[in-house]
Design a protein around this ligand. Structure first.
Ligand code: BTN
Length: 247
């Protein structure tokens, strides 16, 4: 991963650039990194703030063998890889909020977006997008985001070497992807649980079915969040966003 590398000074979104390359037949692991994105995108159609020179904005081509159900598992795997890399390179004790946001002190510092291109019910390829707020300061964010986000530099007090971080993410990802292809999701599920800041917490789930409250109980075999409802029932949550209550 990352051996086929394109570095751009400015692009609309590294997702779009990597998708173009995948479409043209780029090999698995092909990586596109940008200094700045003018229309970086997040999950559920949200924009992703990507100012120049301060973050890690990158997208890699994946060509998974498995069925469509593997895609959520790969997003969780990516979160584990980035979380481990962040801890090694910056010492910041990041944790994972389901499904794949990375937080420090309850504030978001990394987002992950996996987009799958499906053909005849099979995954043709996936684009794995990672945005890490490495060296941003409070004033680099729009006002409305400031209370919700943080960066590695703010958490650790020192500037992070972005190249070292990219290399560490690629190494961790390659190792975990190998493990996943050999032994399935179970070892990844356990690692995810050990790095999670969601489990045991009171949560609210917002999805197409509306709003539901409960306690985050564990991660299921497909990567779904198992939630214990107020009635004591354990139910799976496959998609949507959750809110963690303080505490
Ligand atoms: C989220 O938390 O909503 C996911 C954010 C993903 C952002 C990254 S930055 C690199 C890549 N290019 C994009 O346009 N988005 C992803």
């Amino acid at each position: 991963f990352g051996r086929e590398l394109t570095v751009l000074s400015k692009t609309d979104s590294t997702q779009t650039e990597a998708e173009k390359k995948a479409h043209e037949g780029a090999i698995e692991g092909t990586l596109v990194v940008a200094e700045e994105q003018t229309s970086g995108r997040g999950r559920q159609g949200r924009p992703w703030h990507s100012p120049p020179g301060l973050g890690v904005w990158m997208s890699a081509v994946l060509r998974p063998e498995g069925p469509l159900t593997a895609v959520p598992q790969l997003t969780l795997l990516t979160a584990v890889a980035v979380c481990r890399a962040i801890r090694v390179v910056s010492g910041v004790e990041a944790g994972i909020k389901w499904p794949n946001d990375l937080l420090a002190d309850g504030r978001k510092l990394c987002g992950i977006l996996l987009e799958a291109v499906v053909e005849d019910g099979r995954v043709r390829h996936c684009i794995m997008g990672i945005g890490i707020d490495a060296n941003l300061s409070e004033s680099d964010y729009p006002e409305e985001l400031r209370s919700k986000v943080t960066s590695l530099r703010r958490e650790s007090g020192v500037e992070v070497d972005r190249s070292a971080l990219i290399a560490a993410v690629m190494n961790e990802f390659e190792m975990l992807y190998g493990l996943y292809n050999e032994r399935g999701f179970e070892p990844i599920r356990l690692l995810w649980e050990s790095l999670s800041v969601t489990l045991g917490r009171e949560i609210v789930v917002r999805d197409l079915k509306g709003e539901r409250r409960g306690i985050a109980h564990g991660l299921g075999e497909q990567g779904e969040l198992m939630m214990r409802t107020e009635q004591g029932e354990i139910i799976p949550v496959y998609s949507g966003d959750i809110e963690l209550y303080p505490g």
